[in-house]
Structures are given as structure tokens and as C-alpha cells.
Design a protein around this ligand. Structure first.
Ligand SMILES: Cc1cc2nc3c(=O)[nH]c(=O)nc-3n(C[C@H](O)[C@H](O)[C@H](O)COP(=O)(O)OP(=O)(O)OC[C@H]3O[C@@H](n4cnc5c(N)ncnc54)[C@H](O)[C@@H]3O)c2cc1C
Length: 496
């Protein structure tokens, strides 16, 4: 499939000028502009959107990153930072008149401090590589996106990524202490501190989730946690997703914060089971995976309580992992959900939204209605504990109109999520994919505040322009206005 949303014709003269300016301080092979060389960078994980970059820069040092940014600023060339390119909202989609700045070669773990329980790493380090390096010290980095084998910590910071264990241990923003970054003007800035708090505005929180629009991250100090002594997973099956949704609420209401609490509907469970044989039942409406970790006594106690809650919530089958190998097998299934769905459909569109947990059943019901309306199937995977939805809409881009129907389907899910008091993203960012729906989520004055922040960092809007924050003009063209729960402007959205 290939849907090129933006085909900016290459200005060859400008391309050669920028490449030459970068090659003045970088090796020739680190500055690419021939079509076959830049093509691998034409999209991220949202492959429906593609655009060839004008130039790709592959720096190896922070100093080179600094000079690239200075050069682009001086020549008014837009810059898109890229980590591993696994983003699912088109955040690293290049610009036809811009430089694609890959941080992939800055991949050194600079320091692990077991006493402080921190690691200082370059932005291109893979998420999982941090835990692998810390493992001999009995430590690990908690946020675990399902893409952790590939995605970079710089991308994680830019997207404020989450994962199955973020319910208990928090998102990226809760697991980093300090970020070093470079502004578009080439100034080195540090946000955060070695301690828990720092003076001044909380710019560490601001840079986290800023989708490459404020500064380019060149170093991250992450927190490391001691590996829990043991862990076990309770798998519970339900004949009704509403009951599974209620079980999630009941676990939290009982004061339990599981290490992970995930849900898959039947379509997702079937796809996964046929792909990895994780041991999931397939004749059920949905399953929950609930992990407890800690000391052996803590885990035994929590597992007992979780089992009782699942039973009381109407689970038709409950299994507890009997060994670490079985626990990992249960998770292997959940973590392979996206590729498993990729096997049963030519294409799939992964949505990301967050809703209040108690509205889960209602949102699932709405998604089922939308499947009928758009005549497309949808498999649902959730970080249920934190209300983060990942509807995977199955489609075939080669069939005329299917991609457009898929996007409209996804758009309705997002608007419904806002209507029930949720947000249009949980962990995948806004990027290009959901930029229009920011108009629905936020008031004009709120969007203007975002623009003010952007201007403070990047006066000429050169860092990842056009992503994440829509102009008010774009919102007017999109024809949708901000809607908050209780004051909806769309009659088909739920009112409460
Ligand atoms: C199979 C699969 C499963 C996934 N599962 C999860 C999941 O469980 N949880 C989750 O949160 N996400 C998940 N994702 C999405 C994705 O992996 C994350 O968003 C990840 O953080 C992106 O990292 P990356 O290095 O690939 O960044 P990229 O895709 O390269 O870039 C993402 C954004 O970050 C910016 N950026 C990258 N590096 C820097 C930098 N050094 N400085 C400034 N900006 C930068 C880019 O400009 C872009 O806006 C999944 C993706 C896939 C394909």
C-alpha cells in the first residue's frame, strides 16, 4: 500500500545546497539525498502516509546534531527528528522540503549508576537495550512499549510512551530524571535534575511528549528499578466484554494496582492464538491478563484477591501462570497482537485513545456498531487498567475507498472517546494522524497556548512543522469545533 499524502516536488538546487552545507562538517555517506538512499525514511509505522525527505542526515555525535540544527536554522530548512521510525501517528513523517535527522547512530549507553539507580543514554538506544544492560545489576527500565525491541528512548521521550507495565510504574515521563536536548538554534539545554524535583517550570514534563517539535533530545537520564523478586499472571476469560470491563474496574476499586492489566476481545485473541499459541481460549468474548509482581508473599496474596474478583465479576475461566515461562508466554501473545492482526488482514490501522475505565463497555459497543456502519472488522487490544484503547481496524488499501472508510471509522472512535470524557491519544502521540482531532479535543485558546509554547522554542516553526498542533485555520477547514463532555456540539455523541 502507499498513500502519499504530500508529494512535495524536490527542489534540486535547494537539495544540493543543503546537502553540501551539511557535508562541510559531516562525512559524505552521512548525508543522503539520492532517491534510493532516502526512500527507507519515507514513513514511520503509520505507513499509509509517505513522503520522501529532501535530505537525510545521519549524525554520530551530539556536536554534529548541534551543527545540523544550526545550519537548518540559518537556512530556514525544516527538520524532522527520527528515532527508530516505529511511531504509529506519523510523527517522523519527513517533509519534502526538509531534513530528516536520524538519531539512530547515537546509540551508546553512557553510564549506569547502580547506587543512584539511573542510566544515562543517548537517544538512539533501544528501549529494551537499557534493561538488558542493567540486568546484571538486578535493575531494569520499567516502561515497556510492545515495540521495545526496536523503538528508541529518544522516540519514547518524544511520544511519552507507555506499555503494559505503565499502570503500576508510570509512563516515560515518570521514569526519566533528566533530558539533554538541542534547540533549533543549536543551543544545548537540560531539563530536569538528578534529584526528584528541579527549580523553575517543569520543562522536563513539557519536552516529554512534545513529538520532536520543541527540541532534539540528545541524552536521557532514566530511572532504573530493582527487578521484582517474582511475578505471576492471572488470565481470565469472559463471555461478555462488558463483564470484562467491569472486572477491570473492580480490580482497581479493590485498591489493587496490578503490574499490568490488559484486555483483548475475541477477534484479537483469535488472531494472536493462531500466531503464537499463547494458550488463550478462543471461544470467549474477551480475555484479561492481570500481572502481580513483588515478593513471593505479596504476589501470592494479590493473585488470590485478583482471582476472587475475576470470579465475582463473572469470569468463565481463570488460569494462573504456573511458571515464569508460562507467564512470559501469556505476555508474548499480548505483545504480538499487532503483528498477529497483520497476518489476517492486508492492512490494519492502529488507533490510540484513552477513555475513563468505567466507559469501556459502552465504547466497545460503539465500535461494534461502527464495524457495521463502515463494513470493516476491528480487533480490540487495550491497556485496560489505564483505559488506553487500541482498536485495530482491518482493511485492504488496494480496495478503492477502504482506507478512507477506515480513517472515517477511526475518526468516529476518537470523537466518541472525547465524548465519554477521554482523549484522542494514550501513548502514540498525535503526529499527522490525529492533528485534525486536536480541534475537537481543545478550545481555540488552548491550541493558541500550545502555539505560544512552540513559538518560544522555535520561532520560525522549523522543528517538525505541521504535526501535533493544528492551526486555528486548519481547524476551521476541518469544520469541527472543540467538544468537552457535557457541552457537545455533535448530536450523535453521548451526553451526560
Ligand atoms: C508493533 C508496535 C507496537 C507498539 N507498541 C507501543 C506501546 O505499547 N506503547 C507505546 O507507547 N507505543 C507503542 N508503539 C509506538 C512507538 O513504538 C512509540 O511511539 C515509540 O516511542 C517510537 O519510538 P521511535 O524511536 O520509533 O520514534 P520515531 O517513530 O522515530 O519518532 C516518533 C516521534 O518522536 C520524535 N523523535 C524521535 N527521536 C527524537 C529525538 N531524539 N528528539 C526529539 N524528537 C524525537 C519524532 O520526530 C516523532 O515525532 C508501537 C509501535 C509498533 C510498530
Amino acid at each position: 500500500m502507499s498513500t502519499v499524502v504530500e508529494t512535495v516536488p524536490v527542489d534540486f538546487e535547494r537539495q544540493r545546497e543543503i546537502a553540501a552545507a551539511l557535508r562541510a562538517f559531516m562525512p559524505r555517506e552521512a548525508v543522503l539525498f539520492e532517491r534510493e538512499d532516502v526512500q527507507p525514511y519515507e514513513c514511520d509505522g503509520l505507513s499509509a502516509y509517505r513522503q520522501l525527505p529532501m535530505v537525510v542526515a545521519l549524525p554520530e555525535t551530539e556536536g554534529e546534531v548541534q551543527r545540523i540544527l544550526e545550519t537548518c536554522h540559518a537556512k530556514r530548512v525544516p527538520v524532522v527528528a527520527r528515532g527508530a521510525g516505529t511511531g504509529l501517528s506519523g510523527g517522523a513523517l519527513p517533509l519534502g522540503n526538509g531534513v530528516l535527522l536520524s538519531l539512530a547512530k547515537l546509540k551508546r549507553i553512557l553510564e549506569i549508576d547502580p547506587a543512584a539507580r539511573t542510566a544515562r543514554v543517548q537517544p538512539g538506544v533501544r528501549n529494551l537495550a537499557i534493561s538488558e544492560a542493567a540486568a546484571p545489576l538486578g535493575l531494569y527500565y520499567a516502561p515497556d512499549p510492545s515495540s521495545q525491541i526496536a523503538c528508541s528512548i529518544g522516540g519514547n521521550v518524544a511520544e511519552n510512551s507507555g506499555g503494559v507495565h505503565c499502570l503500576k510504574y508510570g509512563l516515560t515521563v515518570h521514569n526519566i530524571l533528566k533530558v539533554r536536548a538541542i534547540t533549533i538554534e543549536g543551543d544545548i539545554v537540560e531539563f530536569g535534575a538528578d534529584g526528584l524535583d528541579s527549580a523553575g517550570y517543569d520543562l522536563l514534563a513539557l519536552i516529554t511528549g512534545s513529538e520532536g517539535m520543541l527540541a532534539v533530545v540528545t541524552e536521557v537520564v532514566v530511572k532504573l528499578l530493582p527487578r521484582p523478586e517474582t511475578a505471576q499472571v492471572v488470565m481470565a476469560a469472559f463471555d461478555d466484554v462488558a463483564k470484562a470491563g467491569a472486572a477491570v474496574a473492580n480490580v482497581i476499586a479493590a485498591g489493587i494496582i496490578p503490574a499490568g492489566l490488559e484486555m483483548m476481545d475475541q477477534a484479537a485473541t483469535l488472531a494472536v492464538e493462531h500466531f503464537v499459541n499463547a494458550g488463550y481460549p478462543t471461544d470467549v468474548a474477551g480475555i484479561l491478563l492481570c500481572e502481580s509482581d513483588g515478593t513471593a508473599d505479596e504476589v501470592a496474596d494479590e493473585v488470590r484477591r485478583v482471582e476472587a474478583i475475576m470470579e465475582g465479576s463473572g469470569a468463565t475461566m481463570i488460569r494462573v501462570s504456573g511458571s515464569d515461562a508460562e507467564r512470559l508466554k501469556f505476555w508474548a501473545g499480548r505483545k504480538a497482537a499487532f503483528p498477529a492482526v497483520g497476518r489476517i488482514s492486508p492492512d490494519y490501522y492502529c488507533m490510540d485513545g484513552t477513555i475513563p475505565r468505567r466507559r469501556l463497555a459502552e465504547v466497545l459497543q460503539k465500535i461494534t456498531e461502527l464495524e457495521r456502519k463502515y463494513e470493516l472488522r476491528c480487533a480490540n487490544v487495550f491497556h485496560a487498567g489505564d483505559g488506553n484503547l487500541h482498536p485495530l481496524i482491518l482493511y485492504d488499501a488496494n480496495k478503492p475507498g477502504e482506507l478512507e472508510r477506515t480513517e472515517a471509522f477511526g475518526g468516529e472512535i476518537l470523537e466518541f472517546s472525547i465524548g465519554v470524557g477521554g482523549t484522542i491519544t494514550g501513548e502514540h502521540g498525535v503526529g499527522i494522524e490525529k492533528v485534525n482531532h486536536m480541534c475537537v479535543q481543545f478550545r481555540p485558546a488552548e491550541l493558541e497556548t500550545f502555539h505560544g509554547i512552540k513559538r518560544a522554542f522555535d520561532e520560525h516553526s522549523l522543528l517538525n512543522p505541521g504535526k501535533a498542533v493544528p492551526t486555528l485555520h486548519r481547524c476551521a477547514e476541518f469544520g469541527r469545533a472543540h467538544v468537552h463532555a457535557g457541552q457537545q456540539k455533535f448530536p450523535d455523541l453521548p451526553r451526560f
